[in-house]
Design a protein around this ligand. Structure first.
Ligand code: MF3
Ligand code: CO
Length: 265
């Protein structure tokens, strides 16, 4: 449905960038408080304070009845974890996913970070591969490419590591709503995808696991975990399709480069 993908003007993109900047700042501020002993409820409460401070809307709270300020997904939780009594421990990994609304325009972004100082080498590799896969996808988000080039770049980068690529959740267009056309799988699908045009806005979000790609949703109807209990990572940026690749609207420093995590890929 290429004709249903909105094309945003430079002026609209500058408004989306404002929403993206706030979304990114909220994630960076949240990342600062991640430490062993904190509960996911405390993270959610701090997010509430950040949204108040930024005087922006919250893209997730109330979305299809979602009860949290953001999604907080620990270890085998892939996405949509809800803040609660869970305590973070040294060596855990936690994914934070948050979106701001500024003047009716939406931002969406996510990252995975290690807790404390004893995160396993395997988990650090998972985070590094997932962040790099996101950037391989962003690189392909350029005018004239097929959307399948974005999807394929993510799949091709992840494949040699034999990690699981989650299939039940996908990236998406974002703009005046949290979810717009198109859907963006993290693998090359067996159906044709539209051509990309300058000004399309994409939220690209690989969700990668150390084991199976299969997931299931818990009793709370939100928290999504791997079917085999393997750990998962999730990185996301909102980008505008540009002439030379995706223009990142949720710009923030990278946190999972191999050299930052003391590994090589
Ligand atoms: N970033 C996720 C997405 O794009 C999270 C949204 S689910 C919500 O789908 F319910 F929390 F909003
Ligand atoms: Co998203």
């Amino acid at each position: 449905m290429a004709d249903r993908i909105p094309i945003r003007t430079p002026n609209e993109i500058s408004k989306l960038r404002k929403a993206g900047e706030v979304s990114a700042r909220i994630l960076m501020d949240l990342q600062e408080i991640i430490r062993p002993g904190i509960t996911t409820k405390e993270i959610d409460d701090y997010a509430a304070e950040l949204f108040r401070r930024e005087k922006c809307g919250n893209a997730f709270l109330g979305y299809c009845g979602y009860p949290g300020q953001l999604c907080i997904s620990v270890n085998e939780e892939v996405v949509h974890g809800i803040g609660g009594s869970k305590v973070l421990h040294d060596g855990d990994i936690v994914s934070l996913d948050a979106g701001a609304i500024v003047n009716g325009w939406y931002g969406d972004n996510a990252l995975t970070v290690g807790v404390g100082s004893s995160v396993s080498e395997e988990a650090r590799r998972l985070m590094a591969v997932t962040e790099e896969a996101l950037f391989r996808g962003i690189e392909q988000a350029k005018h004239g490419n097929s959307l399948a080039d974005v999807c394929g770049a993510i799949e091709d980068f992840v494949k040699p590591y034999q990690f699981g690529i989650v299939r039940d959740f996908v990236g998406h267009g974002v703009g005046r709503k949290l979810h717009e056309e198109p859907q963006i799988p993290n693998y090359r699908p067996n159906y044709p995808l539209p051509r990309l045009k300058r000004g399309m806005i994409l939220a690209i979000e690989p969700m990668i696991t150390l084991g199976s790609w299969r997931v299931r949703v818990l009793e709370d109807d939100w928290t999504t975990v791997t079917s085999d209990g393997s750990w998962a990572a999730h990185f996301e940026h909102t980008v505008a399709v540009g002439s030379h690749g995706g223009d990142i609207l949720t710009e923030r420093p990278r946190i999972a480069l191999p050299e930052q995590l003391g590994i090589s890929l």
